[in-house]
Design a protein around this ligand. Structure first.
Ligand code: FA5
Length: 341
């Protein structure tokens, strides 16, 4: 009886070991058959006490033999699993050291920087110099030298971030005109791209920090025709087609006459949207002939020289060029937005 159950158990277990598909399955067989408590072989050996001594020795031998065979079979099978596992890892973790390394991720230029560089190239090709000026300005350069004295109502047109000590964050790029006139003198052809800051509430077309591109030309006989020629050249270069513009009288103390050059809103095609405040037109390019008083304040004789100046809204230009319907996207830092350019 006992002989038979031991042989059956051995043969059945060896077959299960051979069939096992995973180390976990193998371990389950081991516990079931060889487990010290409750294992099938342990159950069999319990009955040995009832046997006669010679019979007990014979069955004991048989049991030990079966146990040894099963342990050997388990170890061999486990070895197979370990080897397969190692092979899979070696395959998976193999590195080809001769492959070229992945290069660094390339960035790209911000849409405003792209337009700024295009305009710089254009104006340099027309004989203009690119100037830079400080973002923290004195009251003199931001206002007084531009014919906006302290009691002038035009100061209220641009809400100013004042700093401790009386300096300010420049409200426009026009102070660089003054620095250019002082440093280089006439004749002068200069542009000054850069940031401007205004303490005003932010909406779809207004930011507290935005980009302008200032331009100025001083020569012997500069006229409104020169001004219009350069403005049209500028807009055609940016939009690669003739943009629809309109010219209105505009008031700035530093130009006389002054104009507002508006562009028909390219977001809505002139039908009206939040960017153009439903008017169909976007203020883009205030300009005019330089007020003789501004020349005089910078030491230039208005009897001998005159000129034009303009203050292009570079951020708004980028919005028109790329059909961006909210100015806040441009400096929001959201990569999903920026990666489109
Ligand atoms: C000026 O800043 C004058 N310095 C421009 C100028 C220069 C006139 C030289 C004549 C001669 P204005 O405040 O209109 O003007 O601003 C110029 C342009 O900057 C606007 O047409 C607009 O495109 C842009 N701009 C003004 N405020 C904001 C703002 N908060 N957010 C974005 N763009 C703005």
């Amino acid at each position: 009886m006992l002989d038979e159950s031991i042989q059956e158990l051995e043969a059945g277990s060896l077959a299960r070991i051979a069939r096992a598909q995973s180390p976990e399955e193998l371990e389950a067989v081991r516990v079931e058959v060889l487990g010290r408590k409750g294992g099938a072989l342990a159950q069999v050996s319990k009955d040995m006490g009832k046997l006669a001594p010679e019979e007990r020795a014979r069955i004991g031998k048989l049991l030990n033999g079966a146990k040894q065979k099963l342990e050997d079979a388990l170890a061999a099978k486990k070895g197979q699993f370990d080897e397969a596992d190692l092979r899979a890892r070696l395959d998976g973790e193999w590195i080809d050291l001769t492959l070229p390394a992945p290069g660094p991720r390339r960035g790209h230029l911000h849409p405003i920087t792209r337009i700024q560089r295009e305009l710089e190239d254009l104006f340099v090709s027309l004989g203009f110099t690119v100037l830079d000026g400080p973002e923290v300005e004195t009251e003199y350069y931001n206002f007084d030298a531009l014919n906006i004295p302290a009691d002038h109502p035009a100061r209220d047109m641009q809400d100013t971030f004042w700093l401790d000590g009386g300096n300010l964050l420049r409200t426009h790029t026009s102070p660089v005109q003054v620095r250019g006139m002082e440093r280089l003198g006439p004749p002068l052809r200069m542009i000054a791209p850069g940031r401007a800051f205004r303490n005003e509430s932010v909406d779809a077309s207004h930011e507290h920090t935005f980009y302008q591109l200032e331009g100025m030309m001083i020569d012997r006989e500069v006229s409104v025709a020169h001004l219009l020629y350069f403005m049209k050249t500028l807009l055609t270069a940016i939009f690669h087609r003739e943009a629809t513009v309109r010219l209105r009288p505009g008031y700035f103390p530093f130009v006389e006459p002054g104009f507002e050059l508006d562009i028909q809103c390219l977001i809505c095609g002139g039908a009206g949207c939040p960017v153009c405040k439903q008017s169909g037109w976007v203020e883009l390019l205030p300009c005019g002939l330089v007020n003789p008083q501004v020349l005089r304040l910078s030491g230039i004789d208005p009897g001998a020289w005159n000129g034009f100046a303009f203050g292009l809204g570079l951020t708004r230009l980028a919005m028109m060029r790329y059909a961006i319907d909210d100015i806040r996207h441009l400096q929001g830092g959201d990569l999903r937005f920026l990666e489109q350019f």
